[in-house]
Structures are given as structure tokens and as C-alpha cells.
Write a protein that binds this ligand. Structure first.
Ligand SMILES: [Zn+2]
Length: 454
């Protein structure tokens, strides 16, 4: 039954290159948050056509369905999907000194992760990081916890309580790290998987994701065991790939029988349609081909890649090759939970890359980065059948962006706005992308439920 109608400026991705912008959009949603229709034109006609009596001149009829309408410089966009975030590292955001990946892990990351034997500490951190993500418009995230089963189950419970969709991974690692962060036993993973699956039978809110940290952390035998578990239980997989040159050389030494980094995961059977590969900065063309063939997806983490000086991933060329690409905050290699900030960084990094390659095709557009922040994320997380854009039949996971909000970092000059209504919204979207922040995220819905209302 129709219970709510979202009316006005609506922006969402149809694919990597196409944004649909409606200035007179009408999206009807049922009591379970499912989108029943999306159309343009007269609200009265739309409601009548969908069986709800509505008379715009009669205030008494308005209560039949709730109407949420954009006013001024506001627009609806789909919720962001953060496909790579280490919830456990959140206290370390902003703290990375002059490190790069391998010394950063030793100095900052492993000592903090080791402390999550204290589930109370974990709960404090996880409440903060999930709330911060929601306040930034992130309606779904693929999380790394730690090796600890109780603390990581707690992360799944907190995401569920606060209303954010989450893939939650118990990190599996057994070597080249302190003993306090080693646990690669398949029994721990089975225990974790059972506990998280018991929280949500639909799997659309919280779901376990099998998480070998990265190739150096696990033996081939362990990775094969994890791949078997993921395939038996039909669960997604996440790991890191090809982040920095020293790491890539190390993987080559550790797995001399494999052709390259991607081949390590391929030989371990870890590459499938719902495998999330974070970074993918320095892949050879042959590796990109294998990732595409296995239908695995990439999580681009531009803020992290700049912060710990990993390099610039050629994201536009991946999109042009029809490889699935999404955005990840990679907290705390990345210093912000904001996917908007990561989308902006992706734009800037693609421009720097094109300067280096001399290829203007390397430049990402605002439409490209909005896609990887939303629908691209849904595709990578195997969730595009129920979230990612405002297609009929999907769930209403959305943000109301308000550039007029008090304290907004965006100044809009009415005389500068294009007359054409669609061009006007495009102008606002560009302003938001480059200048906006979480102050502009006025409301957030997951499954049609209002989870943030500032
Ligand atoms: Zn990471």
C-alpha cells in the first residue's frame, strides 16, 4: 500500500555514464519502503492513478499519504554505499604520520585492532563509526571488524540497531603480525557466520562477509578454506589487492607459484561475483581481465590512496572496460567516513592521472563518481537488485540534500542558477559535490525508514 510520496528534485544514476535528473519527480513508496512507482508530472494524477484519493485543494485529504517535497535548493539522491571501511580503525582517523602501507599497519593499526578483546571498547567505537557514516549519508557499508568474534558480532548488532545496512567481516589473519591479532581458524569464521546470519534472515540488513585480510596475512591453504566456506554458505568475500608497490613485490615473493597478485586470489578460488577487492591501484591489464571474467568488483579508496601515498587507480579505464567499481572510505588509511569526500577526491585524482598519462579519457565526471558512490557500490556488494538507485521495485535508501541548511558550506546565488530546471539541479549537484559536506545531508532513509533527521 502506498504510504509516502517523495516529490520534486530527484537525482540518481541509471548506469556509470547516465544520471537521471527530474525536477518534477514523484516516487511512491509502500509501508515496507519499496518503490512502487517513479514518474513525473502532476502529483494529483499520480496519486489517483495509484489508488490514493488526493485533492490538492482539500487539506483534509492530504493525510492519506505522507508527502515529502523538496523546497528551494534541495534534492533527493540515493544513499551512499561505502564498500571498504575498517570500523575497528575509526579511532585512528587522521593519525598516520609519514607512514606507507606496511609500516602504517605495524605502527598504528595492529596495536589498536589487538585491543578489541574488550567488547565494551568495540561497542563504543562501532556506535560512533556507524552513526558518523549515517550522518554522512552512508546507508550501506562493507565493514572489516577485527579477528574477535564477540566484538565483530557486536558491530553487526549496532548497524542493525542504528538502521544501516552492513556486510560485516571478521578479519582472518595468521602471519606477519603480532600474536594478538592472529586467528585464522575456520571454526571462528563458522561461529561468526552463524551468529550474524541469525540476526537477519533476509540478509538485506546485516550479512557476514568472508574476510581474509590480504594475501600476505594468510597461507594459500587458509584462503582456499575461506573460499570454500563462502561458496558453501553463499556469502560475499572482501580483501585488499594491489595497493602499494612494496606490498605487490612482497606478494610475489610469498607466492612464487602465482603469476601476479590477482592470480593468488584466483588460485585460492576467492574471486566470484560478490568479491569486493579494495584499492586495485597497480593492476596489470591481464589482472583486470581476470577480475572482470570472475565478475568481482573493485572498491576505489582515493582518500586513503592519497593519504598513505599508495598511488592513483585508473578508475575511468576500469569503468570503460565494464569492470564493476565502487567507492570505499578505507577508514583509517582514509581519514574520513564521508563518501562525498571520497567522490570528490576520486574526481581530483582522475584529473591528476590524466595529466600524467596525457589521456583525457582518464578524467571522471560528476556523474561517474555519483554512480560509483551509489549504484556501483550496490553492484559490487551484489545488492543492486534492492538498492543503489530509485528504480521501481527497489527499497527507498535515500538522502535529502539541502544546500540552504543553516551553516551550509555551500553558498548558492539565485541569479547564477540556470533557468532550465534540469540544468539548475545539475548546477546544485556540482556545487554539493565540490563544496558540500554532512551539514547538507538533512535526512537519511533506509528501507523507507527515516534514520537521520537533522
Ligand atoms: Zn583497507
Amino acid at each position: 500500500m502506498l504510504v509516502r510520496v517523495y516529490v520534486g528534485n530527484i537525482v540518481h544514476s541509471l548506469n556509470a555514464n547516465e544520471l537521471e535528473i527530474l525536477s518534477d519527480g514523484i516516487v511512491g513508496v509502500d509501508e515496507k519502503g519499496k518503490i512502487l512507482f517513479k514518474q513525473t508530472g502532476s502529483l494529483e494524477d499520480a496519486l489517483l492513478a495509484h489508488g490514493s484519493y488526493y485533492n490538492i485543494d482539500d487539506e483534509n485529504t492530504i493525510a492519506e499519504v505522507e508527502i515529502v517535497e523538496t523546497v528551494g535548493n534541495q534534492f533527493f539522491v540515493p544513499g551512499f554505499i561505502d564498500t571498504h571501511i575498517h570500523a575497528s580503525q575509526y579511532p585512528n582517523v587522521g593519525i598516520f604520520g609519514h607512514s606507507t602501507l606496511l609500516d602504517w599497519l605495524e605502527t598504528y593499526t595492529f596495536p589498536l585492532e589487538g585491543s578489541y578483546t574488550d567488547t565494551n571498547r568495540a561497542a563504543e567505537v562501532y556506535n560512533k563509526v556507524v552513526s558518523r557514516g549515517l550522518a554522512n549519508g552512508t546507508t550501506m557499508a562493507s565493514y572489516y571488524g577485527t579477528i574477535h568474534v564477540p566484538a565483530t558480532v557486536c558491530l553487526a548488532q549496532i548497524a542493525q540497531q542504528l538502521g544501516q545496512r552492513a556486510l560485516v567481516g571478521r578479519v582472518c589473519m595468521e602471519r606477519f603480525c603480532p600474536e594478538a591479532v592472529q586467528d585464522a581458524s575456520i571454526e571462528s569464521d563458522r561461529d561468526f557466520v552463524d551468529k550474524v546470519l541469525a540476526l537477519d534472515e533476509t540478509g538485506q540488513h546485516v550479512k557476514p562477509i568472508i574476510t581474509p585480510r590480504f594475501a600476505p596475512s594468510c597461507t594459500m591453504e587458509t584462503m582456499k578454506g575461506l573460499a570454500k566456506l563462502a561458496r558453501e554458505r553463499d556469502l560475499p568475500i572482501q580483501t585488499h589487492i594491489s595497493e602499494n608497490s612494496r606490498e605487490i613485490a612482497w606478494v610475489k615473493d610469498l607466492f612464487p607459484e602465482c603469476e601476479n597478485y590477482t592470480d593468488v586470489y584466483d588460485k585460492a578460488n576467492l574471486l566470484k561475483h560478490d568479491t569486493v577487492l579494495a584499492h586495485a591501484v597497480h593492476l596489470a591489464d591481464s589482472e583486470v581481465e581476470v577480475i572482470k571474467k570472475r565478475d568481482s568488483g573493485i572498491s576505489h579508496c582515493p582518500v586513503s590512496n592519497a593519504s598513505i601515498a599508495s598511488g592513483i587507480a585508473p578508475i575511468k579505464s576500469y569503468l570503460d572496460k565494464n569492470v564493476k567499481v565502487s567507492l570505499g572510505s578505507d577508514v583509517s588509511g582514509g581519514f574520513t567516513t564521508s563518501i562525498l569526500a571520497n567522490a570528490r577526491e576520486a574526481l581530483l585524482m582522475s584529473r591528476l592521472l590524466s595529466e600524467r598519462t596525457g589521456n583525457s579519457n582518464d578524467v571522471l565526471s560528476v556523474g561517474n563518481v555519483l554512480f560509483i558512490a551509489t549504484l556501483g557500490g550496490a553492484e559490487v556488494c551484489n545488492a543492486s537488485n534492492f538498492v543503489g538507485n530509485f528504480a521501481v521495485g527497489k527499497q527507498w535508501d535515500a538522502q535529502l540534500i539541502n544546500l540552504d541548511v543553516e551553516g551550509s558550506p555551500v553558498d548558492v546565488f539565485s541569479w547564477q542558477l540556470p533557468k532550465d530546471p534540469v540544468e539548475r539541479i545539475e548546477h546544485l549537484v556540482h556545487k554539493w559535490m565540490y563544496v558540500g559536506d554532512d551539514r547538507n545531508t538533512a535526512k537519511v532513509w533506509v528501507d523507507g525508514k527515516l534514520v537521520v533527521d537533522k
